[in-house]
Design a protein around this ligand. Structure first.
Ligand SMILES: [Zn+2]
Length: 96
C-alpha cells in the first residue's frame, strides 16, 4: 500500500483525490501543483468493479447460509471496504 506521487513534480496525489475519481466514475485526476492529468487504467477499473461486486458472485449456497438482511449488510460493508482501500491499491498513469 502506498500513496503515489506526481511523476513530474513529486507532489503527493492524495487518497481523497483518487477516491473522488473512483466515486465519480474514474474521472481523471489532476496534480494540484503542476496540473498534470492522470487516469486510472482499465485493468484497475475492472479490478475495483469486480472486487466491489464480489459478494454478488458468491455461490447461492453461501448466500443462503446468511439471512438476507445480514447478507445485505455484509455486502454493503464489503463494498465500502473495497472503495476505501482501492485508492491505495491502484496505480495512476499520466494521460498523454
Ligand atoms: Zn505534479
Amino acid at each position: 500500500m502506498f500513496i503515489q506521487k506526481c511523476e513530474k513534480c513529486s507532489n503527493k496525489i492524495s487518497w481523497l483525490k483518487v477516491f473522488i475519481s473512483i466515486m465519480s466514475g474514474f474521472r481523471n485526476i489532476r496534480c494540484d501543483e503542476c496540473k498534470t492529468e492522470y487516469y486510472i487504467i482499465g485493468r484497475y477499473r475492472l479490478l475495483i468493479i469486480v472486487g466491489a461486486c464480489f459478494p454478488l458472485f458468491l455461490r447461492s449456497e453461501i448466500i443462503k447460509a446468511f439471512n438476507p438482511q445480514t447478507y445485505s449488510i455484509l455486502a454493503i460493508l464489503w463494498l465500502i471496504f473495497i472503495l476505501l482501500l482501492s485508492p491505495f491499491l491502484l496505480r495512476i498513469y499520466v494521460k498523454n
